[in-house]
Ligand binder design. Structure first.
Ligand SMILES: Cc1ncc(COP(=O)(O)O)c(C=O)c1O
Length: 358
């Protein structure tokens, strides 16, 4: 893929950048540039370019505004102790985006082009990758939208793919704190044949009322059950979930209607190598509650790119709650540490997950 570049004449000044990177928060500041490429059936993917970051001008009739034909990804670039910059498993995100493309009738972007786009943006905006203290990183947000100017429900014939980047602070300032989960019984996230496995905006739009319900109940995140029987645990609004058993087994809900998290997949490999038996299977809400009660389940944790691995403190539902856990469990912390050590270059990357960019 050939990428043209037009660099900004007004980069964020060094002193302002230092201020942003000292406390970046999440998703609030954006780098100096962005990547864009376009697709139509005649030309395929073309017009790849790096340009100054800035607003888009889109016709009010643009398809994505009306029918939500949109997909996205999320991954991070990390600065290692020697100053080099690396991304974690970008090919896995590229492949997941292709699967999302298939489900949303969008064109597939070749994995090599996805990775090249990410590399080009991180290279041009490398000063935005924070120093690793406090586990800061540069969050990358590739996304694809239907840009046909047409009011009618049909797969788009004009599509735009972009990558933007935003520095991200430590998710937990004082180390990982247990999160409280709310079990929604009114809302489901995905049904059989639906879009649950795709990373598409609609899944997040539909999770908002459930997330609002969770917040009103004093909880951090919502847990969804399966749509058919309201019995099996699927995932959280924005993370996958794992259960640790007293005999060392770790169990995570099977794929199908959930998002196949890159962190989830990485933990399957990592925990396996650490000697844990890993099971991907259905876990009922009763197994969760009874397991905590009997002591068969010793730890529960959530995982995803933003927070890596987060202990679950307790689960609340209409009329009850599991006992409060105030500290992260041993297995949870061991897995979390192993993963962040690879990401930040403090441990050997024996899986070949990291890709050097700068
Ligand atoms: C619904 C949902 N599940 C799971 C995940 C975890 O995926 P990953 O580990 O690739 O970040 C995410 C994160 O983006 C998510 O939005």
């Amino acid at each position: 893929m050939e990428i043209s570049s037009t660099l900004t004449t007004q980069p964020v000044p060094d002193d302002r950048l230092a201020e942003i990177l000292s406390n970046p928060g999440f998703g609030a500041h954006f780098t100096d540039h962005m990547f864009t490429s376009r697709w139509n059936p005649g030309e395929g993917w073309h017009a790849a370019e790096i340009t100054p970051y800035g607003p888009l001008t889109l016709d009010p009739a643009t398809a994505v505004f009306h029918y939500a034909q949109e997909i996205f990804e999320g991954l991070k670039a990390y600065r290692h102790p020697d100053g080099s910059v690396w991304v974690f498993r970008p090919e896995a995100n590229a492949e997941r985006m292709s699967r999302s493309s298939q489900r949303l009738a969008l064109p597939e972007l070749p994995t090599t082009d996805f990775v090249q786009a990410v590399e080009a943006l991180v290279t041009v905006d490398q000063r935005w990758v924070p120093d690793p203290e406090g586990e800061k990183s540069l969050y990358l947000r590739p996304f694809m939208i239907a840009t046909d100017r047409f009011l009618g429900v049909r797969p788009a014939e004009h599509v735009t793919f972009m990558v933007i980047a935003s520095p991200a602070g430590a998710y937990f300032k004082k180390g990982p704190l247990p999160v409280t989960l709310w079990l929604t019984t009114d809302y489901t996230r995905a049904g059989r044949g639906g879009m649950g496995a795709a990373k598409t905006g609609g899944n997040y739009a539909s999770s908002l009322v459930a997330q609002r319900e969770a917040s009103a109940q004093g909880c951090d995140q919502v847990v969804f059950l399966d749509a058919q029987e309201s019995r099996y645990v699927e995932e959280l609004g924005g993370m996958n979930i794992y259960f640790v058993y007293a005999d060392g087994r770790i169990v995570t809900p099977e794929l199908g209607t959930i998002l196949e998290g890159i962190t989830r997949s990485s933990i399957i490999e990592l925990a396996g190598k650490m000697g844990h038996q890993v099971e991907e299977r259905r876990v009922s809400i009763d197994e969760w509650r009874d397991g905590l009660h009997s002591g068969e389940i010793t730890e529960v944790f959530a995982c995803g790119t933003a927070a890596v691995v987060t202990p679950v403190g307790s689960l609340k539902w209409n009329g009850g709650a599991t006992p409060e856990v105030s500290r992260a469990g041993e297995v949870t912390m061991k897995i979390r540490q192993a993963l962040v050590d690879i990401q930040f270059g403090r441990a050997d990357d024996t899986f070949g997950w990291m890709r050097r960019i700068v």
